[in-house]
Design a binder for this molecule. Structure first.
Ligand code: PMP
Length: 358
């Protein structure tokens, strides 16, 4: 059976070169043992972690006064670890609410602080990413929280919201899809299974001045101890880190983040233009300026036609096109490693389906 084009929202497709190298590494990384059998305290792994730190910092252009961590528990653990660390009893967290992922994050943050919705996307049914003048902060929030790419619905911030308060971003579904304005943030976190490899690891980029405000806490909740121990207080997710290193090599081979962004823009445009060409048969989700480059959400005139489209695409070896379980509709996730040929194939399917079912 040939490999399919997987449009799922993650775990997502990996580049063939990464899969082939990982296949070899399962057997022997050149030390006589496979990567899955290699100690995180070995010279091999230590050198790999040094290289991973340096390469990530260079590719993401992380300034000197920021630290980098690779933690476990996914992005979801950060939904509680961040407020547990940076909010004191009685504090307020300001949230720019753009849908499912900010709702989930604030449900957990509410255990630690009051939540103020500086913008509530419910008024536009989450079709709109706010401009700065639509965001109304409280008097002195512990920090401002937003989700840079709202993967459940397919909306994305073009640039970070402007604020003088510490800014915290969930970049799980668009990290390293284009250059990042790290300086605008006090903390960025992202789980790995979309653009950075496989599940099991969450990257944290944190401004040192913000890190310094962490209170003492048990080991795994203690960002300072985690930084001091290079994220290896306990056994890290060694294979996920190894795959992330290969993903960074792949980004370098593709010419860095500017080139990756051009590639991603091309891919998204191929699909969006096909949707436009159906002259209203398929409809985009999200206002034009708010649409995501990573998750292209759209729908046919009826849920029955959505389901028929998903089935038809599956017969053509394209999977994962069903929309998020809460929204329905259709969603094509085209993270970094998703190939342009898959986008062309989907575009052709969109045009043909509209012709045959209009
Ligand atoms: N935030 C966003 C924007 C996501 O898309 C996801 C995963 N789909 C998460 C958080 C949760 O990540 P994890 O499953 O690694 O906890």
């Amino acid at each position: 059976m040939s490999r399919c084009y997987n449009f799922g929202a993650g775990p997502a497709m990996l580049p063939e070169s990464v899969l082939r190298k990982a296949q070899d590494a399962l057997w022997d990384i050149g030390t006589g043992a496979g990567i899955l059998e290699t100690s995180h305290r070995s010279a091999y792994f230590d050198a790999m972690m040094d290289a991973l730190h340096a390469q990530f910092r260079r590719i993401a252009a992380i300034p000197e006064d920021y630290d980098l961590m690779f933690l476990q528990g996914g992005a979801t653990l950060q939904f509680c670890q961040i407020p547990a660390t940076f909010a004191r009893p009685g504090d307020t967290i300001d949230c720019i609410h753009t849908g499912f992922w900010t709702r989930n994050a604030m449900r957990d943050a509410a255990f630690y602080a009051k939540i103020h919705y500086a913008y509530d996307g419910a008024v536009s049914n989450f079709q709109h990413i706010p401009r700065d003048d639509e965001i109304h902060y409280s008097a002195s929030p512990a920090y401002v929280y937003y989700c840079a790419n709202n993967s459940f619905l397919g909306t994305e911030f073009r640039r970070p919201p402007k604020t003088d308060f510490p800014l915290v971003a969930d970049m799980s579904s668009n990290i390293l899809s284009r250059p990042i304005d790290v300086r605008a943030h006090s903390l960025i976190f992202a789980s790995a299974q979309k653009n950075l490899g496989i599940a099991g690891c969450c990257v944290i980029i944190i401004r040192r001045g913000f890190l310094d405000t962490c209170p003492d806490a048990p080991s795994m909740f203690n960002y300072k101890r985690l930084v001091q121990n290079r994220s290896m207080l306990n056994t890290p997710p060694t294979f996920a880190l190894y795959i992330m290193k290969l993903m960074l090599d792949w980004i370098d081979e593709h010419g860095g983040l500017e080139a990756v962004e051009r590639h991603n823009r091309t891919k998204a445009a191929i699909i969006r233009e096909a949707i436009d060409d159906t002259r209203g048969f398929f409809t985009h989700v999200g206002e034009p300026e708010s649409r995501s480059m990573m998750n292209i959400s759209f729908h046919a005139p009826t849920p029955e036609l959505d389901a028929k489209f998903v089935s038809q695409a599956e017969t053509l070896n394209m999977t994962g096109l069903r929309g998020h379980r809460e929204t329905g509709g259709l969603r094509a996730s085209v993270f970094n490693a998703f190939p342009v040929e898959g986008c062309e194939k989907l575009a052709e399917c969109i045009r043909r389906f509209a012709r045959e079912n209009a």
